[in-house]
Design a protein around this ligand. Structure first.
Ligand code: GDP
Length: 477
């Protein structure tokens, strides 16, 4: 792995990502310090305002986080159901849903909401998420403690529970003039949330929610772009993120450090297969529907994209490689997919035939799990390792609609080549460069808060537009 030069650590990035953790914590999070050896330092600099905000958030989390006296008082208040002003700490509790990419995007959205509203973010960590990430904040924890009052049933909270904000609005058990608000509310912000749930995105509702100390939030989407459409947060967001395209890039790199176990998977794979190449090309192949995405068509789409974008050299099908090449591999392709066929085809192609340019191409795939098993811990560790490995690529090809790919491109800090959604036939063009590296919010609200009428929210501000891969989705540019 000596082949990779360690890039100089940019001082601003250092201050954002390598805070002072006590020695024992540093030992238990190798990736926090070693990541600079593997990934390029970010060309996108965080604003000094963001850095200061993160430092003050860390202080808040330390003061209000689990095991503090403020936390104990806040739990008492939660149990009583009444707001008693015994603590000035406020919380947003994140509850998991769906695959790892979705989870990482919704955690990031919840964290930004916490930053904007001075709320401490706590993660309801199910067994399948244990030991994926290091603790992001120094000398405290973001894991919801086991003795949290709703710990045993919070993962079962769904859209229908009576205590959800949307349902309380519907039933008129809460309204904007309610005097005595409850000590907690449940927010349902997943992909299928309805109009009332989505009132969360209105300034008037935020004024009410700001008085409630505990918000329990279930979400599986990157709802963050919709916060950029709200006047309550507008000024602060402009100061935090002068460059709107880098919101997930900065927050994702700040929050998500692989645990030592996952870091072991990443570094071993990198050193064994990727380190020596001159160029690393990541290709993420996500099949959502086998009927509309037949194997041969997807394979042809990938090859057409590689040719059009000059990603990979063409092979000379008339000739065969007689003995393994002694030449240094010049390009490696890292394929990630639940299935093995795409790797096999590419590997056979470059293993049997010489390239027309004389370059040597090696193809690897770390796993082929065949099925999504997001409720298995080891499966999620493998998924996280592969997302991270993709983010170490020099060039990245992602699949339309996939949050797995969004996380990789965001952590990498590059606009990917998107394989457009296939519907039996290969789209023309087969792929195209994303116009922004930000993830897409697949299911944003489509009404105006004042008129409650359907509107195109992308007409509100210049930096929120429709996504390249999902017509009705929105993203930051
Ligand atoms: P999305 O469904 O593509 O938006 O991404 P998610 O990450 O939310 O959910 C898909 C899940 O399927 C992942 O988290 C993994 O558990 C699994 N999966 C999908 N593609 C891959 C892959 O290429 N490699 C591995 N290891 N797992 C994958």
């Amino acid at each position: 792995f000596a082949a990779t030069k360690s890039p100089a650590i940019d001082s601003r990035e250092e201050s954002l990502f390598s805070r002072k953790f006590s020695d024992s914590r540093e030992e238990s999070c190798l990736s926090r310090n070693q990541s600079v050896l593997y990934r390029k330092s970010s060309p996108h600099k965080p604003s000094s305002y963001l850095i200061a905000k993160l430092r003050s958030y860390e202080e808040l989390h330390k003061r209000c986080g689990p095991r503090t006296n403020s936390f104990k008082r806040s739990i008492k208040q939660l149990k009583s159901g009444q707001i008693d002003n015994s603590s000035d700490c406020k919380y947003v509790v994140w509850v998991a849903d769906c695959g790892l990419g979705n989870r990482m995007l919704s955690i990031t959205s919840a964290f930004l909401y916490g930053l904007l509203t001075d709320r401490v973010l706590l993660i309801n960590q199910e067994q399948e998420m244990v030991d994926l990430f290091c603790e992001p904040f120094p000398t405290t924890s973001w894991i919801l403690p086991e003795d949290f009052p709703f710990k045993n049933n919070v993962s079962g909270f769904n859209q229908n529970i009576g205590h959800s904000y949307g349902n309380m609005l519907k039933n008129n058990t809460i309204n904007y003039s309610t005097q005595s608000l409850p000590s907690y509310l449940y927010l349902y912000l997943s992909h299928d949330c309805d109009h009332d749930d989505q009132l969360f995105f209105c300034d008037q509702d935020q004024a009410l929610l700001s008085k409630v100390p505990w918000l329990i939030m279930r979400s599986n989407v990157y709802f963050l772009p919709s916060m950029f459409l709200m006047s309550s947060f507008d000024q602060e967001l402009n100061k935090l993120f002068p460059d709107k395209e880098t919101v997930f890039h900065h927050l994702g790199r700040y929050l998500f450090h692989p645990s030592d176990r996952v870091w072991g998977l990443i570094t071993k794979y990198y050193q064994d297969h990727l380190a020596k190449a001159e160029k690393r090309i990541g290709i993420q192949i996500r099949i959502f529907d086998a009927k509309t995405s037949p194997f041969e068509s997807v394979m042809d789409q990938i090859l057409a994209c590689a040719k059009k974008e000059k990603l990979l050299p063409e092979v000379d099908n008339e000739k065969y490689i007689s003995s393994p090449s002694k030449n240094q591999t010049s390009k490696v392709v890292l394929v990630t997919s639940l299935f093995r066929g795409y790797f096999e085809k590419l590997n056979k192609m470059y293993g049997e035939h010489p390239t027309k340019t004389g370059e040597v191409v090696a193809v690897y795939q770390p796993s082929h799990e065949e099925e999504q098993r997001s409720y298995w811990n080891s499966h999620n560790m493998q998924a996280w390792a592969e997302i991270y490995l993709l983010s170490l690529s020099d060039e990245l090809v992602t699949s339309a609609w996939s949050t797995f790919g969004y996380v990789a491109q965001g952590l990498r800090g590059m606009r990917p080549l998107i394989l457009y959604k296939i519907d039996r036939t290969i789209p023309d063009p087969p792929c195209g460069r994303g116009a922004s590296m930000e993830p897409c919010y697949h299911t944003p609200p489509t009404f105006g808060c004042k008129t409650k009428k359907t509107v195109d929210t992308t007409t509100f501000v210049p930096h929120v537009k429709h996504c390249e891969d999902i017509r009705w989705g929105i993203k930051l540019f």
